[in-house]
Design a protein around this ligand. Structure first.
Ligand SMILES: *Cc1c(COP(=O)(O)O)cnc(C)c1O
Length: 385
């Protein structure tokens, strides 16, 4: 009888990180804790990741980085996303290492880094060399990044800035989680463009700093794309970036970190022909018992999970029937089973026989990332050490 909880198994996080470290060898590990650590709780995950060997953390906005700094986290934090000019001051003030890809943004950071150094009591810049930035290259993702042909010029531009220096070069792969031949070909082209960009920077006499390219898909499928560091998110939370990779990498063991649990709040017997929930989409085909479970789409259980979703009660799976409501949903538990009011109902998690967030994702036509990040703030995160 726990009520709604997202239980966070920190030992599973440590286990998953160890699997990744064994795969990438001496390369540095950057752990993505953006979007509240994929819904798991940013500060607790960041601390445990560092304790388990993460060298860098990563967030997507200055506000996310600020939370980690205010919690006392000292490790380098990469800032994956671009922010509006108003937020650039925070980027510098909280010592977040931004991705940059154009001169306008670089100029704004340079001004901010200069102001920040002057504002500090001792007047010292963040480091002797200035404020570190990573140059992001768009090798084919089409999101943020400079063209590979401009990489060397921008690298030189950064190092000419009084208050900045080039601390890294990176790119992002867009189909590294697919095993379709055309996608493998595309990824190899992206990696090649990245290598050529690094070479061009070196040829211009510039130290590229830390080179990094792979996220979870790349780590598992492209060992030649490890470079100096890998950036991983979904793997440390216990899921593969796609079902294709999950099937291809059966020997790579991962344990889900989050367990989503709710309670049976009511049980009633219904007769054949009685309907359940909004829209009357389900009618009992025979006499049965219906368990009402106190969790719904307001907690992050997407409405489109039904039909398809099963909940695990006392080790057995039961189908959720009728529409999922905002705060409740109903499961058909039959007449035979020994289920009692207040029993725990597991939605997904590491337990034997229980679904994973990836199974839910498949039913809902999305990816595990969206299921995990969608678990709403009203579900308390409970740490299991
Ligand atoms: C989110 C993100 C990652 C991590 O991706 P996963 O698939 O979760 O490993 C890595 N790099 C960038 C730029 C990202 O935005």
């Amino acid at each position: 009888m726990k009520g709604n909880q997202a239980r966070i198994y920190l030992s599973n996080l440590e286990y998953n990180i160890r699997q990744i470290k064994n795969t990438v060898g001496a390369a540095k590990l950057c752990v993505s804790v953006k979007a509240n650590a994929y819904g798991h709780g940013d500060i607790i995950i960041a601390r445990k990741a560092v304790e388990s060997g993460a060298d860098y953390l990563a967030v997507s906005s200055p506000a996310e980085g600020r939370r980690l700094r205010e919690a006392g986290i000292k490790e380098p934090i990469l800032l994956f996303g671009l922010s509006v000019p108003e937020m650039i001051r925070e980027t510098v003030a909280y010592n977040l290492t931004p991705f940059v890809c154009d001169t306008e943004y670089i100029d704004a950071l340079n001004v901010s880094a200069g102001n920040c150094a002057r504002l500090k009591k001792d007047g010292r810049p963040v480091s002797e060399r200035g404020f570190p930035v990573h140059l992001k290259i768009d090798t084919g993702m089409g999101r943020i990044g400079c063209r590979p042909k401009n990489a060397a010029d921008l690298a030189a531009y950064i190092n000419r800035c009084e208050n900045l220096y080039l601390a890294g070069i990176c790119t992002h792969l867009c189909v590294s989680d697919s095993l379709e031949p055309a996608d493998i070909d595309y990824t190899q082209k992206q990696i090649l463009r990245f290598k050529e960009s690094i070479e061009a920077v070196k040829k211009a006499g510039i130290d590229p700093g830390l080179c990094h390219c792979s996220a979870s898909g790349g780590i598992l499928m492209y060992p030649d794309a490890v470079f100096d560091m890998v950036r991983t998110g979904i793997l440390i939370y216990g899921y593969f970036p796609s079902d294709q990779i999950k099937n291809a990498k059966k020997s790579f063991d991962l344990k889900p970190v989050m367990e989503l649990c709710a309670s049976v709040v009511s049980i009633k017997t219904v007769e054949k022909g009685e309907s359940i929930s909004y829209g009357r989409t389900w009618t009992a085909p025979k006499k049965t018992r219906i368990a009402t479970i106190g969790i719904g789409y307001g907690d992050g259980l997407p409405r489109r999970l039904c039909p398809g979703l099963h909940v695990n009660i006392r080790g057995k799976n039961y189908p959720v029937v009728g529409r999922i409501c905002m705060d409740q949903c109903m499961a058909d538990i039959g007449l035979e089973d020994d289920i009692r009011r207040w029993d725990d109902a597991y939605i997904f998690g590491p337990q034997k026989n229980c679904c994973g967030a990836d199974n839910l994702a498949e039913i809902a036509g999305t990816i595990s990332y969206e299921i995990l990040t969608g678990i709403s703030a009203r579900v308390p995160r409970i740490i299991v050490p």
